[in-house]
Ligand binder design. Structure first.
Ligand SMILES: [Zn+2]
Length: 224
């Protein structure tokens, strides 16, 4: 019996799940990532290969966690508790050290101004030149990744102000990561948004979209 079938039977015994249930392990994911794709005929759980090194209980916990998302439920289980405990532990003992000096410099300023210097330093690195995903926080490795669209920040104060806000947003993800243990998908909780509004510049989002629009246009012209 595959793990997804087992997970449905154990956590949702009353459900008559007739769709095909598949579990695959992929090397494309960053470590300890997982997702589920589904339609009227199948549910496909994709887990990163790193999960194969872990116990079957934890892997089943991941699938149960995803099933809760698909079904819109919040049913708890020991397997999910194990999975969450594992992820929490990973994040607090993340060993991979990768701190871009400039991003670390910005982190420290924001940490002083908005967190009384209390936030522990995450890994900080530049990501791809992305226009939509401006930044993200990988809780498994405690890493903040910032789009390279903001690389001019080191020479341009205006761009730096934009980068700071994106970084602040990701720092809030680090701060709020345990608010919704059972439901990490609900990233921007009410508490999160309240914190985000504490940013000193209320027009920051407008400025951001203006900057990105201009950059995108420039790229279009160059690509033409
Ligand atoms: Zn976010």
């Amino acid at each position: 019996m595959n793990l997804a079938v087992k997970a449905v039977r154990e956590l949702f015994p009353e459900r008559d799940e007739t769709r095909r249930l598949e579990v695959t392990y992929s090397g494309r994911f960053s470590s300890y990532n997982a997702n589920v794709k589904y339609s009227s005929t199948y549910l496909q759980f994709s887990l990163s290969k790193s999960f194969l090194e872990l116990s079957e209980e934890i892997r089943q916990g991941v699938i149960e966690h995803l099933l809760n998302k698909v079904y819109g439920t919040k049913r708890r289980s020991t397997n999910q508790d194990l999975y969450h405990a594992f992820m929490r532990n990973l994040s607090s003992v993340a060993r991979i050290e990768e701190k871009d000096p400039y991003l670390l410099f910005r982190f420290k300023e924001i940490n002083e101004r908005y967190f009384n210097g209390l936030m522990t330093e995450p890994n900080l690195k530049w990501g791809k030149q992305a226009y939509r995903k401006l930044g993200h926080y990988e809780y498994a490795s405690d890493t903040i990744v910032i789009s390279s669209v903001f690389k001019p920040a080191a020479e341009d104060r205006k761009v730096e102000a934009l980068l700071d806000f994106v970084l602040y947003h990701e720092m809030l993800h680090k701060k709020h990561q345990y608010d919704h243990k059972a439901e990490r998908a609900r990233h921007h909780t009410k508490a999160f948004k309240e914190d985000e509004q504490k940013w000193h510049d209320q027009k920051i989002e407008k400025k951001l979209s203006w900057y990105l629009g201009k950059k995108r246009l420039k790229r279009l012209l160059l690509d033409w």
